[in-house]
Design a protein around this ligand. Structure first.
Ligand SMILES: C[S@@+](CC[C@H](N)C(=O)[O-])C[C@H]1O[C@@H](n2cnc3c(N)ncnc32)[C@H](O)[C@@H]1O
Length: 296
């Protein structure tokens, strides 16, 4: 695992976190998985990795999320970098969900930590997690199986998912937007709008943009190639521009924010056709287009 040496993380924090992590256990977990077979099974060969994604070493890991070791180390490290407590932070998104969604899509789901919480909060809902990294999806599937949760995992790009219009009543994204250039974030917001039924809701949990602007060194802690771009923007404004209404941002434990908005009922899109398409599928089959759904 190649890492850059000049971030605050590498110089100061990594040795502390390293001492808290059972590296031998991680090595065993890494070795226990046939990465080639598992990632092949979950991969959609039609997915084209965008340059912003495949060209960067997110968190100092060479190859970023396209390196299987990133998916094994992600959870053990993340628990120490989401103060004051990872579950409380993620719970901030879950608690703000209005109503009882029946079809949920978690974009940039990674190893599925928030996706699993969504399924636990809404056990009757059909839940799908979508990510560009098949390796992250391997870990997500592993966790869902261990928790006896039925979640559909889909390899895809949140900018252009290939899923039908108006096929979800809740779309979420946790910790995705700070890892995308602002132009990509805008495209993902438009795609979320398209995927939601009128009246459906989008919730985004991520770094607090106000705090990041005020406390500049926070953007230097990790190797996060797009975090300054993210900090300079406003997710809330982006959601408004994408057509969402009742958009509001809530500060969450100073370091984080939850932004939410509703797709207006009068939104003009080919929802009727898409709804028909959706209901004609079997209950667990979200997308009849694009990749076949990964088996679980
Ligand atoms: C910081 S991780 C967050 C993972 C997870 N949502 C969480 O809360 O722990 C960012 C994730 O977004 C994924 N990602 C980045 N750009 C994406 C895109 N355009 N489409 C789908 N996934 C993307 C990465 O592969 C990675 O798994």
């Amino acid at each position: 695992m190649a890492v850059r040496k000049d971030t605050i993380w590498e110089r100061f924090l990594s040795p502390i976190v390293r001492s808290l992590i059972d590296e031998e256990k991680l090595r065993q977990l890494y070795k226990s998985i046939d990465w080639q077979a598992e990632s092949d099974r979950l991969s959609n060969p039609q997915v084209i990795y965008p340059h912003y994604y495949s060209s960067q070493n997110f968190h100092g890991i060479e190859g970023g999320y396209l390196n299987p070791s990133a998916s094994v180390s992600y959870d053990p490290i993340t628990q120490y970098v989401l103060p004051p407590n990872e579950t409380w932070v993620r719970q901030g998104l879950i608690e703000r969900i209005g109503g009882t969604p029946r079809r949920i899509l978690d974009l940039g789901c990674g190893t599925g930590s928030t996706t699993l919480m969504l399924k636990q909060a809404f056990p009757q809902a059909q839940v799908m997690g979508l990510d560009l990294s098949p390796y992250m999806l391997v870990m997500a599937e592993h966790k869902a199986k261990a928790a006896w949760l039925t979640i559909q995992w889909r390899h895809g790009n949140a900018e252009e998912t290939g899923l039908p219009d108006a096929s979800f009543d809740l779309v979420t994204a946790s910790l995705l937007f700070h890892e995308t250039p602002s132009a990509v974030a805008k495209t993902i917001l438009r795609e979320s709008f398209r995927l939601l039924m009128p009246g459906g809701e989008l919730l985004i949990l991520d770094g607090n943009q106000k705090t990041l602007r005020q406390v500049d060194w926070l953007t230097e802690v990790f190797e996060e190639p797009y975090i300054k771009d993210y900090a300079s923007q406003s997710v809330e404004a982006g959601m408004g521009a994408a057509g969402f209404e009742a958009v509001q941002t809530h500060d969450h434990w100073w370091m984080h924010q939850v932004t939410q908005g509703i797709k207006p009922l009068r939104a003009n899109n080919p929802a009727a056709t898409a709804r028909q398409e959706f209901t004609s599928n079997t209950s667990q089959d979200f997308g009849s287009q694009g990749t076949p759904a990964p088996a679980f």
